[in-house]
Design a protein around this ligand. Structure first.
Ligand code: HH2
Length: 366
């Protein structure tokens, strides 16, 4: 069984270590593992045994139990007890050294994207923009043909396909790849992959289009699975969560399991909490504050904060293109939490922010 399959089956045990990123590193150095258990996750007798091993018990919401357990005790149990193996694996993934950040440049082949609609509406304009983004330091270009901004109406699939195919082909032919295709429709993804895209960025994580995961598996390409509550047209109406971090984590864990079940190589999946997708200002802030916890899922994190509305609210800046400073602050916090792929519009500016944030984190020049 691969590590990722282990993580997927952790969902069945309803067992997940949770802690803020910084705490995880400290606990790991002290030889402790944080184990968070859902109510009923294991029989009472086993839980009592585990509690006897624990050095500390922390309060946790929703009837959960949080225990700090010596690593050695879990290692002793892991050969015979799968939960101990799962807890160790997930904890180690979250506490492992964070990856170097990589910037993904946004190319919106749309007339109406919230911050840059119309800037890449022809293949020529897209190639010009793509070249500038790659020269500024983007590791990949993310092409989208449908705005998913709050309140956006769905675009006809034929129209979406027509917007992206020549743009993807133009970028690939100009040597500006790798290119990802930002779509929730398998038919659009398929046409973009035929045109040379190498990764599918799906804001619905394959929950609505029944062909999406099968297509990604068959083509053997990369896949971003993102969390969204509701759909773009209505998602900002009244988003509600009891525990936004826990619910987003469980959603991504279950989509990871769905990807594996569909035959997608787990090593090709990136996970995204979906900042601004069916989330209030408080939800976005809570998710970003606890972003490091999502590393327990064992896959690289892909995060889009660039120019988003929560930044406009906090900085009182209604014009998205003027939100670069606020974006840089949010991006730096994502880097501190261990996010690897940062989806941004202002690549040159964010490259500078990322260089400083990662140098402070690493204590050396990146
Ligand atoms: N955000 C946007 C679009 N696609 N994909 C992922 N994985 N994560 C994100 O946070 C994300 C995304 C929204 O930004 P943008 O593309 O600039 O705007 P619009 O949807 O209006 O085209």
């Amino acid at each position: 069984m691969t590590a990722a399959l282990d993580l997927a089956s952790a969902a069945a045990l309803a067992l997940a270590p949770r802690a803020v990123g910084r705490d995880l590193g400290r606990l790991a150095r002290e030889g402790l593992v944080r184990v968070e258990l859902e109510p009923g996750a294991m029989p009472a007798s086993e839980l009592a045994g585990l509690e006897r091993l624990a050095l500390d018990r922390r309060p946790a919401p929703a009837g959960r139990t949080v225990l700090l357990v010596p690593r050695s005790a879990l290692e002793e149990r892991s050969p015979s007890e799968p939960w101990a193996r799962l807890a160790l694996g997930a904890f180690d993934a979250a506490a492992s050294p964070p990856p170097a950040p990589r910037l993904v440049g946004v190319i919106n082949a749309t007339p109406d994207s919230f911050s840059d609609g119309g800037l890449a509406s022809t293949p020529e304009l897209a190639v010009e923009r793509g070249r500038a983004l790659v020269e500024a330091g983007a590791c990949m270009l993310d092409v989208g043909g449908e705005s998913t901004r709050p309140g956006a109406a769905p675009v006809d699939p034929d129209e979406e396909r027509a917007r992206v195919v020549d743009v993807v082909a133009g970028l690939v032919e100009a040597g500006l790849g790798p290119v990802s295709i930002d779509t929730r429709r398998a038919s659009v993804a398929e046409a973009a992959l035929d045109a040379g895209a190498e990764l599918v960025n799906d804001v619905e994580a394959g929950t609505r289009d029944p062909h999406m995961l099968g297509l990604v598996a068959e083509r053997g390409v990369g896949y971003v699975a993102m969390h969204m509550q509701g759909e773009p047209a209505t998602m900002q109406g009244d988003p509600r969560y009891t525990d936004v971090v826990g619910e987003v984590t469980e959603f991504l864990r279950s989509r990871m399991a769905a990807c594996v079940a569909a035959g997608i190589d787990p090593e090709r999946v990136l996970l995204d909490p979906g900042v601004g997708f069916g989330k209030s200002l408080e939800h976005n802030l809570e998710l970003l504050r606890c972003l490091g916890e999502l590393r327990s899922l064992g896959r690289p994190l892909f995060v889009g904060v660039s120019r988003k509305r929560f930044i406009g609210t906090l900085t009182e800046e209604p014009v998205p293109a003027r939100r670069a400073f606020g974006t840089a602050a949010a991006l730096s916090m994502c880097i501190e939490a261990g996010a690897e792929f940062l989806r941004v519009h202002d690549v040159a500016e964010m490259r500078a922010a990322a260089a400083v944030a990662s140098a402070i984190r690493e204590g050396a020049r990146p």
